[in-house]
Structures are given as structure tokens and as C-alpha cells.
Unconditional design. Structure first.
Lengths: 563, 325
């Protein structure tokens, strides 16, 4: 028995030593601050100042979340490679600048915004788009106005195309002219873009000739063509030598700066990090900042890779259930909870990689204004703890709170943040029970106001007002007469509608909407998260489109000695 | 014997049907709305939401949806189209199934090929160093979580040694770590099972008799002991094959291995009902068929079991005859 124990001990020790050796000896990370993270290589996506290298990288391998089809259809489509293989009438870069792609920029331009390639008279429901007459796809088919009509009709009828119900008719006037008729003039914020930069144009003959109708293969007009595809594993694209657009007319998004682009489908962030370290991938976005330390300048792999960390652009908000059936139905209770939410402490508790905020906004949006942060509210309160405590106590007393726990509903992958929030609230005497679920589960539970009091969620969008609409538009609920967190405030809803229209989309109106939010404690922004892109050091300009998707062919590379 | 097989086949169909109803009901009643997920990140009107819901057939009641599902699946053999990718589910499964099947097959070959000899050796040398070493090995490897083991393997073989790729399935090298990760637990299980089986046989009367007759020890082991000791092991190996096929979710996701497990996991997150139902049904069918095959092999190897089956058939026959007369 004694020898058995000795053998056991020796084996366990050996396993531990091997484990530590494999882990790199439990290497400690250097303390990295927000300042070190955000802004590192900040000029890497400066679209106004691209240094063209003229160098074509041989192969660029990109890690991407798993794709189960290559379908080009759907306005929320982000299938890998779609933006290299297919093209829309227009594109939009990260700064919001509209770029004609299939639309002929030498024609049109008679429209209120002066965008080339289309004509539109103010007050009219018709938009006439002109396309180039020499567009050919990878199968050699000539793409004409009829194919634009086919693509729009197919996408409208068969894919998820929210916001497309305004599309009444698309017709080809001749080979290069397409007339769109809408049910109303496209005067909402982002409405024109939703219709003209979210539909890939596919040649009807190519679609018919494809056995899977382009679900398992890609035949587009873009600068890259599909070379190989293994469902769920990888997609390889190659620079298409017969790309239709003349070289001098190609915008940055249509460049062919990589000979081959390989998309490897890797869902797990841990696996992506390992793949970088094993030199298997060159670029990956959507990596949590906390996982990038090894690739920073001071990290073990800092000589091979760079990290660009940026505000993720999402609003991380805490919703309180405003229904009378919830403890938070009382405005004083809501204010107590929001004042108790010490966001600086939350950021510190969650690793320090998130950025502080002062309002229900995000400075990465083009419609953000610094005056939003100047409104005095619980969202901008960063005062001393005693003052905070006094405010919380005052509101709790007014609400008659007796210590009953609030039900905190959250998505399970957010458990760390939620645990920190619950602890912070607990410091001020507000107790919570928590219930974790997945995205779908949360959406379902939210429909019952008796099942939850607090919810933590995140909202995205190109414009701030789109984020606000995602969170607070009555259209998001089945009944359509209240918000998801049970706010029945008609005036606030009307104001939301107003700021979403092009005319009403003013800083003044947005300030009014925010002020009403704070007066009634309808919501709170907790922090601005950061995301990181890790990329090989031979890349010196990173091109991302308006959906923040990296377009490897449009990035600029330079030769690295020894590469 | 044939009567027994037919009866098992009949029950197999019943089980598959029950699994179909069960998985449909679970997915129906579990919280989560696939339409909301499909539309997430977009601004949409209530009308549009209802339109999408209608187009997916999700606006009908439980029984209407169940009826549609059973008719499409069991009468028309149509498993539907994925909500998210729009690819026919059967097509997606058929692309991935061979990879998962091969992963399971390699894993079972390795776990049986290493585990059984280790177990036999331990059983034959009870309390020897082989036996104690095996107990420690089995204890460690049964308790190691696959996710952790996978990461450690990656750190060692990919990051430190640069021998193997971290993910994918394009090259033979890419299969090594997923197979090792999938087999480790099986090796330990098979080793323990074999050890126990050998220990049970080692003192059996027929072994003592063989030794008393002066049969050489090697012959006693390989001709008398092993065929008897390994019968329950074969049963366990067969069943663990079904488990390995259906239990690859963690491994496939970690190693970005495009198999059924990864497909199920992705489908779960998006509440892609047709994909989940089809995968579960397929895996249940696979497990049931493997069980049946294992039972038949068991009967083939063990004359006592075969005799039972034949006697069962004969009994049935004679009862039928009496009823007629």
C-alpha cells in the first residue's frame, strides 16, 4: 500500500509538471491599462490616409465563426467571403461614406445627397440606379439590370430582409438602368443604406446553373472567386484575374491585395489564440481584449503580431422592468438601482478592459454628440461613495423597498459581469436573485413581466438612434404598445420615431429623448466594451466595412524580411 | 432467432418514433424563439415578425406542428431546411456525418486497441505494477475534462512543438489531437472493464480444469480465458462507440472539427429546430442500431445467449400453435 501511494504521488507530480510545462510555466502577464490597450496601432484603419504598398500577400488566413452555408441572401448576412465574392450596388465604409460599386459613378447624381450612380427627385417615390455596362461574373455571364431585378426580388421574397417592406417594385428600364419604387420616400436614418448596400447582385443564369442555388458555392462579380469550400471547416478564395472593373476605377474595397484568402472556421476564442501561436492564422477579429496580452508589443508573440483594440460600439445597458407587476415599476426604485450602479467599480471588477461612459450613447457612432455626456443623471454620476449611498437610500426609502430580492435575468455567457453587478447592488442594500439563460430563453422570459426585474443586454447599430430603437421601439414587442421592458410612454415613443427620421435626427431631439429617459429612469448604459483584432505584422492597413467586417483583399500588406 | 431480430427491429422503430416526439416536444416547450434570433440585430416590425413566423410554420399550435413534423419526417423522410442557413438539413448532416463517424471509429479502435490489452495485462497480474499503474492511469484519465485535455494537447503539440495543427480536418495530422482527446476516456474505461472481466474469469472452473490438465499457461489464457472474458467487453465497446459518436460536441467545437457535434451546438444556439431534431433523431437511431448489432454479436459469440433467443422464438411458436388448435 505504501509503494502504491508513492507511485500515485510520483505520477500526479509528473502530470502537474507536464501540465505546467505545456502552459508555459504559468507565465504571468504584465499589467496593461486601458490606455495601453485602446489606441494601440490606432491609425491602422484610418481610411482617409491609406499608404498603398502595391505588395500582394501570397495567402492571408482569417479565423471566422463557423458558417453552414455560402448564401448571399439576407440583409443580416455576414457569411465569410461574401464581401469579396459578391458586390452590391453601393458599399459603405467604416466612416459612413457611400461608395458606388456596381452603380455607375459617371452617371446619375441628381439626388438630394449628391451620391453618384442614381437619380431621385425629392418627394418622389422612385429611385433610378445606373449600373456599369461591362459587369461580368466569375462564370462569365454578363450582369445586367435584369439581374439586379432578380436579386432584389429573390432576396425580398426568400430571405430575412427587415426594413424591406417599403420596397414596392423593381424594374429594368434597359440593360443598365433599374427603377426602384418604394411605398414612401427613404427619409429615415439608415433607410436608404438598408435598401442599397445590403443586397448582393447575382446573375440569374449563374443562380439557375448552380445545383445548390449558391448555397454551397459562390459565383459573384467581386474581386475574389471561390477556390475551395469545406462545409464547417474552411473557405478558400483566389484573386479573380478577370475581375470586371477597370483598375483605375476600383475603390479600396475592390482591391486584390492578397493572392489567396483562406477563411478558417474556428468558434472557440481559445483555439484561435492557439492557432495564432502556431502560425496557422494571420487575422482574427472579435477576440476579447483579455485574450490578447501575448500579442501586444510586450507579449511573447509581439514580434510577429499586432493588436488593434477598439471600442466595440455596443451599448451595454441595464434594463429595469417598468411594469407595475415588478418591484421596479416604481420610478424611485429604478433610480435607486441606477444610482447604486457604480460603473467605475464595475469596470474595475470586470478586468479593467471596458471603458467608462456618461450617457446612454456611444462615441463610436456618427450621430454621437459630446453634449449627451453633459446631462446630469445617474449615468454621468461618478461622485464619492457616501454621496452615492445617500442618493440610493433616499430613493429606496421613497420606493418603500423592504429588501425583497429582485430577479436578475441574464444570458449565461455574461455571468461574470452580472455577478459583479449583483455584488455592487448588494453593497447598497439591494438584493438580487439571478436566472441565467441563453439568448433565445431570455427573449421568451422577458415576455412575462412577473418573471424578471432586471435584465442586462447589449445593443448595436450604425447610428445611435438605431441602437435606441433596438432597445426601446414598441415594434419589438408582440402587443406593439410598449417597450420590451414595459414602458407605455407614448410621448417618448413618438420622440424615438422622430429622431429616427432624417429630418428629426438632430442633436436637440436626441438630447430631449435622453433627458426623458433619465427623468423616468428608463435605462442606463454601463460601459463601453472593447474588442480586439489580432493581425500579423505584415499588415499595415486594416480595411473594415460599415458592418465592421474585415475585407482581407482590401487591406494593405508589406513584405516582411524572412517571410 | 429471426423472430427475435424482427421484434427488436420493430421496437427500434417505436423507439425512434418516441425520440422524434420527445425531441419535438422538448424543443417546442423550451424557452426561446427562433424567429427573434433570426431577426436579432435588425429593426423589424411586428407584421414582419409574424410573417417570418408564418413562413417557418411556427405560428401553428403544438399538435398541428407535431403532426406536420411526424408526417414530413416519418412518411416523406424530409427533415426540413435549416432556418438559418437555408440548406436542407439532411444535406448538411450527410456532409458532416462521415467525419464524425470516422472520428468515432478511430477513437474506438484506439481505445479498444490500447485499453483492452492494458486491462487484460492488469487482470493477469493482479496487484502487480501493471495493475496498480492501470488503476492510477484509469483514475486520472476518466476524471480529466475533455476541454481541458484538448487545450493542454494544443499547447504541447501545436504551440510548443509545432507538430500538429490546432484545428480543422483537412490533413491527417489535424485528426490526431481530436482522436486522442476522444479516446483517452475510452482507453481508461475499456481497461477497467477488461480488467474486471479477466479477474472474473481467472478463477473460473474451466480455467482451473485446463490448468489441471496441464495445458500451457499461454494456451489457457488465449484459448480458454480470453474468449469468455472478452464477451462483456465487446458489449461495452459497442455501446461506447455510440456514445463516442454522440459525445463529440465538446471536441468538435474545441478543435473546430466540422462534424455533427459542432453542427448540433451551433443549431442549439440559434434554435434551428429542423437541424436539432434531425441530428438527435439520427444519433438515437445510430445508438439503437449499434445496440442491436452488439446484442447479435453477443449472441453469436455466446452460445448460451443464442440458445436463449432460439428458445424464446420456439416458445412463441408453440404458443401460437396451441392458440390455433
Amino acid at each position: 500500500m505504501k509503494s502504491f501511494k508513492r507511485v500515485c504521488a510520483m505520477l500526479l507530480a509528473a502530470v502537474m509538471v507536464l501540465g505546467l510545462a505545456a502552459c508555459g510555466g504559468g507565465e504571468t502577464q504584465s499589467a496593461v491599462t486601458n490606455d495601453d490597450l485602446v489606441g494601440q496601432n490606432a491609425d491602422v484603419t484610418n481610411t482617409g490616409n491609406i499608404t498603398k504598398s502595391g505588395y500582394v500577400a501570397d495567402t492571408v488566413t482569417v479565423a471566422f465563426t463557423s458558417a453552414t452555408s455560402l448564401s448571399p441572401w439576407g440583409t443580416s448576412n455576414n457569411t465569410p467571403g461574401n464581401y469579396e465574392v459578391y458586390e452590391c450596388l453601393y458599399e459603405e465604409d467604416i466612416t459612413g461614406a457611400v461608395i458606388p460599386i456596381l452603380a455607375d459613378k459617371s452617371r446619375g447624381g441628381n439626388n438630394p445627397d449628391g451620391v453618384p450612380g442614381y437619380d431621385h427627385e425629392a418627394g418622389s417615390l422612385e429611385y433610378t440606379v445606373y449600373i456599369y455596362d461591362y459587369i461580368y461574373d466569375h462564370a462569365g455571364n454578363h450582369v445586367t439590370a435584369d439581374d439586379v431585378v432578380f436579386s432584389y426580388n429573390y432576396q425580398h421574397d426568400n430571405a430575412v430582409t427587415s426594413g424591406w417592406d417599403v420596397l414596392q417594385k423593381v424594374e429594368a428600364l434597359d440593360d443598365t438602368t433599374v427603377r426602384f419604387t418604394f411605398t414612401h420616400e427613404l427619409d429615415g436614418v439608415g433607410e436608404w443604406e438598408q435598401l442599397f448596400i445590403y443586397c448582393f447582385i447575382v446573375d440569374e443564369d449563374s443562380w439557375n446553373a448552380s445545383p445548390s442555388h449558391l448555397l454551397n458555392e459562390m459565383i459573384g462579380t467581386g474581386p475574389y472567386a471561390q477556390l475551395a469550400y469545406t462545409s464547417g471547416a474552411s473557405l478558400t478564395l483566389v484573386a479573380y484575374p478577370g475581375y470586371w472593373q477597370k483598375e483605375e476605377l476600383r475603390p479600396q474595397v475592390s482591391q486584390q491585395n492578397a493572392g489567396k484568402i483562406v477563411y478558417k472556421f474556428i468558434n472557440e476564442v481559445a483555439t484561435r489564440v492557439m492557432a495564432f501561436k502556431n502560425d496557422e492564422i494571420d487575422i482574427s477579429d472579435d477576440i476579447d481584449t483579455i485574450n490578447t496580452y501575448d500579442f501586444l508589443e510586450t507579449g511573447e508573440y509581439g514580434d510577429k503580431f499586432n493588436v488593434w483594440t477598439y471600442p466595440a460600439g455596443l451599448i451595454y445597458s441595464m434594463w429595469l422592468n417598468c411594469s407595475e407587476k415588478s418591484l421596479c415599476g416604481d420610478v424611485n426604485m429604478r433610480k435607486a438601482v441606477y444610482y447604486a450602479m457604480d460603473t467605475d467599480m464595475l469596470i474595475a471588477l470586470t478586468g479593467g478592459t471596458n471603458l467608462p461612459v456618461n450617457s446612454y450613447s456611444n462615441n463610436s457612432n456618427v450621430d454621437y454628440d459630446p453634449s449627451f455626456d453633459e446631462i446630469e443623471s445617474y449615468n454621468s454620476f461618478h461622485g464619492p461613495q457616501e454621496e452615492r449611498k445617500a442618493l440610493v437610500d433616499q430613493y429606496l426609502k421613497a420606493a418603500g423597498y423592504n429588501g425583497e430580492p429582485l430577479m436578475f435575468l441574464y444570458q449565461s455567457d455574461m455571468q461574470d459581469v452580472v455577478t459583479a453587478i449583483i455584488n455592487i447592488l448588494g453593497m447598497y442594500g439591494i438584493t438580487c436573485d439571478s436566472r441565467g439563460t441563453d439568448h433565445a430563453g431570455a427573449a421568451s422570459i422577458l415576455e412575462d413581466p412577473t418573471q424578471w426585474d432586471i435584465e442586462y443586454g447589449q445593443w448595436g447599430g450604425s447610428y445611435l438612434v438605431q441602437k435606441w430603437a433596438h432597445a426601446y421601439d414598441w415594434a419589438n414587442t408582440t402587443a406593439g404598445d410598449h417597450t420590451v421592458n414595459y414602458i407605455y410612454d407614448q410621448e417618448w415613443q413618438d420622440l424615438l420615431m422622430l429622431v429616427q427620421s432624417k429630418e428629426g435626427h438632430t442633436t436637440e431631439n436626441m438630447l430631449k429623448w435622453l433627458q426623458m429617459m433619465y427623468d423616468n429612469a428608463y435605462g442606463m448604459n454601463l460601459f463601453n466594451s472593447t474588442k480586439s483584432i489580432v493581425y500579423r505584422d505584415n499588415l499595415h492597413f486594416l480595411y473594415r466595412n460599415n458592418k465592421l467586417i474585415i475585407i482581407p483583399g482590401a487591406c494593405e500588406y508589406h513584405e516582411v524580411s524572412g517571410s | 432467432m429471426w423472430r427475435y431480430i424482427l421484434k427488436r427491429l420493430f421496437w427500434l422503430l417505436v423507439i425512434i418514433l418516441c425520440v422524434g416526439v420527445l425531441i419535438f416536444s422538448i424543443m417546442y416547450f423550451v424557452p426561446g424563439d427562433p424567429v427573434q434570433i433570426l431577426l436579432s440585430g435588425e429593426s423589424y416590425t411586428q407584421e414582419y415578425y409574424l410573417e417570418v413566423k408564418h413562413s417557418l410554420g411556427l405560428d401553428k399550435g403544438y399538435f398541428a406542428q407535431l403532426g406536420d413534423y411526424l408526417y414530413q419526417t416519418f412518411i416523406k423522410f424530409d427533415f426540413g431546411t435549416s432556418y438559418t442557413s437555408k440548406v436542407p438539413v439532411m444535406q448538411a448532416i450527410m456532409e458532416r456525418l462521415p467525419r464524425t463517424f470516422l472520428l468515432g471509429l478511430f477513437s474506438i479502435l484506439i481505445s479498444a486497441g490500447i485499453g483492452i490489452p492494458l486491462g487484460v495485462s492488469a487482470g493477469l497480474h493482479r496487484n502487480g505494477f501493471q495493475d496498480q499503474g492501470l488503476l492510477i492511469f484509469a483514475m486520472i484519465f476518466i476524471s480529466i475534462p475533455q476541454f481541458w485535455l484538448g487545450l493542454e494537447l494544443m499547447l504541447l503539440f501545436s504551440v510548443k512543438l509545432h507538430w500538429l495543427p490546432t484545428s480543422g480536418c483537412a490533413t491527417a495530422l489535424a485528426w490526431i489531437m481530436p482522436v486522442i482527446c476522444n479516446s483517452i476516456g475510452g482507453i481508461a474505461m475499456n481497461a477497467r472493464q477488461s480488467r474486471a472481466a479477466v479477474l472474473e474469469t481467472v478463477r473460473a472452473d474451466f480455467v482451473t480444469t485446463a490448468r489441471a490438465k496441464g495445458v500451457a499457461e499461454q494456451k489457457v489464457i488465449w484459448k480458454h480465458m480470453m474468449p469468455n472474458a472478452l464477451i462483456p467487453v465487446i458489449n461495452a465497446v459497442g455501446n461506447s462507440f455510440a456514445n463516442m459518436i454522440s459525445g463529440t460536441v465538446v471536441i468538435e467545437n474545441l478543435f473546430a472539427f466540422p462534424g455533427i457535434g459542432q453542427y448540433v451546438l451551433n443549431s442549439m444556439g440559434s434554435r434551428d429546430y429542423p437541424a436539432i431534431r434531425a441530428c438527435v433523431l439520427l444519433l438515437a437511431t445510430f445508438a439503437a442500431v449499434v445496440n442491436l448489432i452488439v446484442d447479435l454479436i453477443y449472441a453469436h459469440l455466446d452460445p448460451r445467449i443464442k440458445a436463449q433467443y432460439i428458445a424464446y422464438g420456439a416458445r412463441k411458436k408453440s404458443r401460437g400453435g396451441l392458440a390455433k388448435s
